[in-house]
Each structure stands twice: as structure tokens, then as C-alpha cells.
Design a protein around this ligand. Sequence first.
Ligand code: FES
Length: 326
Amino acid sequence: MSFKLFYEGNTYALEDNKSVLDTLLDQGIDIPHSCKSGVCQSCLVEVVSGTPGQASQTGLKATYKAKNYAMACCLYAQDDLAIRRLSAKESAVTASIVKIEALNHNVLRLCVKLGEPFDVIPGQYLTLITAEGLARSYSIANLPAVDGYIELHIRVLDNGRLSSWLLNQARPWMEVQLRGPAGECFYVADDDGSKDFPMVLAGTSTGLAPLYGIVRDALYQGHQGSIDLFHGALQAEDLYLMDDLQALSQQYEQFSYIPCVLKGIEGDFYTVGDIQQLVTDHIADKKDAHVYLCGAPELVNSLKTKIFLAGIASKHIYHDAFLPSK
Ligand code: FES
């Protein structure tokens, strides 16, 4: 059975098993989107009539659900649908760029300041939307409530549209929109309120961003247990924030920073080895650890399984897989 989609005065056929987002993109209609997996919320639309379905609203704030907002990439026909594109201002807040700088040869630091209150937790992610409607999701890498701005780490991709925009067009004090935040990967005390459990965090590339935010948040909240952060890369030049993390490890005895690379020379400031093996070995005697994993989906999914099999309770494994998007 085929249903209809009504959008901006036009009618389209909705095929079975094809999302509203794909239906519109196939028609050459440019709808903001990024992950196409129901994670980033950059494809939000309002369902004016018809049934949104549970999948298209999973993870949305209660206020968004109440307004019948839905993620177009997870929106499938159960009946005829009429949808409306949201203006950025309807579901986002305005922020100004305050700093763009290189952290290494392929990672940029973007700092933005908000003109209004915006509740975020370090480690969550939000969607950055440019004036041109380009939308991408990034994790919060700092303590916004303390620093007074939000810091994001953006990997420069070949032909990456957002990173090209940042390198070529973005300038300080330019306005962007922020949507979100979302995500459950952040620091929380144990069920009984205690803060003395060991923490182990592991990530590759800009997976460091949420982990850095979580480490700073845990220290700020007075975490008393050990905090061990593994940052993995192919080679040393792909690591970043080394000075900041080494300084943090000197300031806090409980915090250890373990940079590791697959290709390198033993004896330098990093460890040479596979991050998955290093982390799995490390947690062998830390069964009560809370483990945080961020980075490429293959790494996160594989490490999640290994850590669970090594004896870490699944409720203590927090993870956030980044879906590549250009
Ligand atoms: S593109 Fe739909 S949630 Fe990311």
C-alpha cells in the first residue's frame, strides 16, 4: 500500500521501507541531515498530520515530541503524512563563533558562545547548523558552565563540507545555530551516590572530545577514584591536546593520560600498541570500573563487546559511536 507525503505544496509517493528523508533527497530537495541514523537530530521536521511512529521520535526531548517533531531519516509512512520544515530558530539556539584554531594537522577546535541559557552536559553532543543550513553533530569537549563557551573538536575531512566551511568561510563572531543536546555518555556518580569507582575512558581521533569533557566534569564534581584516559591514533602526529592532558595528569594524581599509537617508536612519550588490547588488559583487575568509549563505530562496538566479556557490567559501559558524515 502506498501513502502520500505532502511537503511545501507538493505531493510525493512514499514507498515502503523508504524514509521521508530519502524520499525528499531523491527528489533533489535539500533537507538538513547528517547521520541518517536517528542520532544527530539534524533532520527534524514537524509532522503536521499523520503518524510519526516511535522510531522517528526516539531520544527527542519531551517538548519536541509534544510539538510532533520527528526525525525525517527514521520517519516511515504508516498513513499519509504532511510535514513542515523547521526554521533553525524553532528548534535551536543562536551562538557566536569566538575561536577557530588547529589542534593538529587534521583537527580544529571551534569555540562558540551563547546569548541565552542552554543546558548541556560535557560528553553530550549537539548539532551545529550554519546559516546555509549545513548541519553536523559534535560532542562537547569542555565544561561550558565554567568556561563560559562550548568547545567542539572537528576533524578535517577530504571534501568535508562543514570542515571546508570552517576553514574557508567561518570567522569569529559569525552566528551559527545549535540544536540539542542529546546523548547519554556523560559522568554520573554511582547508584548510591559514591564517586570512588575507577573510570577508564578510551577513544580515537576526535572521540577524545567527549572524553576530555567527561574527565574535566568528573574532576570538577570531585570524583575520588582513578581516571585513566586512553587516546589512540595511527601515528603520533594524529594525537592532539597532549600538553593539556599531561598538565592535567600532573595537577591531579588520580588522573592518568595514556596516548597510544599503532605505528611508532617504543620509548617515546606514547605507548605503541592496539588501543583495544591495551584497554582490555588494563581493565583486567578493574571489574568495578565505569568505562567510556567514543570514536569510530567499529572500534566502539568491538571494544564494548570485549570489555563486557572481560567482566564489566553493561550498565557501566557508556559509549558514543561517531557516524562519519561529509
Ligand atoms: S540525519 Fe536524521 S537524526 Fe541524523
